[in-house]
Design a binder for this molecule. Sequence first.
Ligand SMILES: [Zn+2]
Length: 506
Amino acid sequence: MPRNFSRVFTFVSLFFLLAACAAPVQTGTAASASPALTGAPISTSTFSSPTALPVPSATPTAPPQSQPDTGIISYVMDARLDYQAKTLNVKQDIDYPNTSGGPIADMLLAVEPNLIPGVFNLSSLSQDNQPVKPYSLTGQRLTWKLTAALPAGGKTHIHLEYQLALPQAQQGNPNVVRPQIFGVTARQVNLTDWYPMVVPFNAGGGWHLADPWFYGEHLVYPQANFDVTLRFSDPANAPVVAASAAPQPVDGGMRYVLERGRDFVLSMGRQMQVKSAQVEGVTISSYYYPGSEAGGQAVLDATSKALKTFGAFFGSYSHKSLAAVQGDFNDGMEFDGLYYLSNSFYNLYDGTPNNYLPMVAAHETSHQWWWGRVASDQAKSPWMDESLASYCEEIFYEKNYPDSVKWWWSVRIDFYQPSGMIDGDVPGYAGFAPYTNTVYKQGAHFFADLRLAMGDQDFFAFLKDYAAQMDGKIAAPGDFFRILKLHSSSDLNALLAKYFAHPPKI
Ligand SMILES: [Zn+2]
């Protein structure tokens, strides 16, 4: 198509791709919801000269704080997939250590597949080798009362057997309905948040499981070890599989081990192709569909560059592999060791770095730090991962494509004239567009202004220390500001009051 038309089309389409992690494309309705396209993108931002980006310290990052293995949640899944029938039979074991400091009287597991009627069929549930009776399974909540409270420091073992009748993945208007990645499309099976999972437990506060909202994310994932075996009922016709960890062949399938991860995701398709590269000991794999070879290569390149850049500034990547998958839906989403990029990004890839495909690849890669290594409450404080991941796009361009930094501010951020306070919870933004414009785009301005106020040396030392101190943990805003204070000699209170409705005094 003509270049100018292509540009306008891209702009209109990408309005709905403005947020990387819950960002469907709605080209059919975009015209009515997109901002006026009559003028040039508005750039009001100041940005540092690319030369100001410091060279990361050669000093190795402090290793992750060690925890005994007995103190971490363990999942073992043995799953058999009938790819033709799209059913998954699973035997699952969970070892749960109560590290909350208080007793637990009632158990709760989050069962996301049960949010969709007819998908999750539980056939067996036992705890410490005793059948659990009765239990309640309502929406995403599987609960039961313990026969005896689990004391602080105690451990329990849960065994489940269930079948998933995989649903069709759903992609509606993001202003109305939350995208559903989990499920199947004509050529892809996505197992995301597919197993009963443990949520955080706080003594005094109980289990923490927010209700899903129609935009944004709601789950908080305690760190866990995963041992997942996937077998196929028809191994001779097994699909190509992307996963949160590297595969080890076993009879009839693959076994995957992911240590200290947040979740475990599988994505597969018979037509899926893969390109891989080794970057600093990490196997990066880009999975794509025929016809998207250039995009698949661009994602591999951008992810490799981003992993090196963020590893240098924030500490090494945590795992041995990272998969990027062409999502056969209009969405992008981070998971641990695997992330999705929208099919639409590949279709709109123009071979240049000034494009959503490499840009969002960098965004999703940064979530391996700000979501994976350092988790946070995605429903209550989405700025903690999304504002920072958005600003990491800027760092990616500044380090790798300095000529593109001005373009990034203009097209990605300031075109949308972001404003507002970034510390709202997800439902508080009253819509997908206000949420992303504030948390992602105004949030990027917060981090840019914070860097300007602190100076590069203190700013990057803060982020590296924040990643090290909160590695494997679930960070609260108080943790962020406590560590920030350690690294700032400036008075940041006026700056914080500009971006936070409830600014801390630091
Ligand atoms: Zn994101």
